[in-house]
Write a new protein. Structure first.
Length: 277
C-alpha cells in the first residue's frame, strides 16, 4: 500500500493506492490493477485539551472540519469563539485540538462523553433523548430557486468530487447559489463529516450559508437537517431519501427539504415558504 496524496494542510493522506486483482465472473482470468482508496482514520477531537469524541473521517480539510464541528455541536455560536485549531498526527490517526474561551470550555465539559463515532452517527456528547430533540432555531433566510437550478447543481456535482471520482467511496457536501452554481464542496467518508467540513469552509471563506442551498450525496438523516438549520441555510437537497425524523425536524424549523434528487425528478418533502418556483 502506498500513499497516493500530497501531505498539505488541506489534504492529509486523503487516498492510498493498493494492488488488487479484478476477477472476471463471466469469463476466466484476473487483471492486476492499482486501486485508489479513500483514507478512513480515527480523528480524536479535543476541546481545550479535553477529549470530546473520536470520529472516523477522511483526514483532509481538518481545519474546516474543526470549525464546522464546533458550530454544529453548539460548542460555539460563531467562528470568533474558536481561539485556535491544531492538527497533529498520532499513531494510527490524527488529533484535532480546538481551543475555546474558558466559558465555552466549561460548557463543553458538561457534555463531554468520549465515544467512538462511526461515520454513520453524529451524537457526540449527547446523554438523553431530550437533548437529541431539543428545539431548532427557525430558519429566517429565504432564497428563490427553481427546478432548473436543482438540475444544474446535480449535473455539475460529479465534476467537483475529485476524491469521489478517484475512489468511489466518499460523500460530498456542496454549497450552491440559488441559480444552481456550485460555490464550494467538501468530501469525506462520512456524510456528517463532509457537511461539517463544508460549513467550516463557508465560514472561513466568508460565504453566508443563508444565501444558497446545500446539496448532499447521501441519504437524509435528522443530524444533517439539524446541521443545515444551525448553519442558517434555508434549503437542503439530498440524493437519497429522508428518514421520518429528518422530515419532521425540517418541517418544524421551516427548512425546505428536497430528497431523492435525480437527473429527471426530485421529491419536495417540505417547502413551507415556497422557495422552489
Amino acid at each position: 500500500m502506498t500513499d497516493g496524496s500530497e501531505q498539505t494542510d488541506g489534504q492529509r493522506a486523503a487516498v492510498v493506492d493498493i494492488d488488487v486483482h479484478r476477477l472476471g465472473l463471466d469469463t476466466p482470468g484476473d487483471v492486476p490493477l492499482v486501486r485508489r482508496l479513500a483514507v478512513e482514520a480515527p480523528i480524536s477531537v479535543e476541546v481545550s485539551s479535553i477529549g470530546y469524541a473520536v470520529m472516523m473521517a477522511t483526514p483532509a480539510d481538518l481545519e474546516d472540519y474543526a470549525l464546522g464541528f464546533a458550530l454544529s455541536e453548539g460548542l460555539v455560536d460563531g467562528p470568533t469563539e474558536v481561539r485556535r485549531v491544531d492538527v497533529q498526527p498520532l499513531e494510527g490517526g490524527w488529533a484535532l485540538r480546538i481551543w475555546l474561551p474558558a466559558d465555552r470550555t466549561a460548557m463543553a465539559m458538561d457534555r463531554i462523553r468520549t465515544r467512538v463515532g462511526e461515520s454513520s452517527c453524529g451524537l457526540c456528547g449527547i446523554e438523553n433523548i431530550e437533548q437529541v430533540l431539543r428545539p431548532l432555531p427557525p430558519i429566517a433566510a429565504r432564497i428563490a430557486t427553481d427546478r432548473a437550478a436543482l438540475a444544474r447543481a446535480l449535473g455539475a456535482l460529479r465534476d467537483h468530487q475529485p476524491l469521489g471520482q478517484a475512489t468511489g467511496a466518499v460523500h460530498a457536501a456542496a454549497f450552491c447559489a440559488p441559480d444552481g452554481g456550485i460555490l464550494c464542496v467538501r468530501e469525506d467518508v462520512g456524510r456528517h463529516n463532509a457537511l461539517d467540513k463544508l460549513i467550516g469552509a463557508l465560514v472561513r471563506g466568508g460565504i453566508d450559508p443563508a444565501g444558497g442551498f446545500i446539496l448532499l450525496s447521501a441519504r437524509c438523516s435528522y443530524e444533517l437537517v439539524e446541521k443545515t438549520v444551525r448553519a442558517g441555510c434555508p434549503m437542503l437537497v439530498t440524493i437519497s431519501a429522508p428518514t421520518s425524523l429528518a422530515a419532521e425536524r425540517a418541517s418544524a424549523a421551516g427548512l425546505t427539504l428536497v430528497s431523492l434528487a435525480r437527473d429527471d425528478s426530485a421529491l419536495i418533502v417540505c417547502d413551507r415558504h415556497g422557495m422552489i418556483g
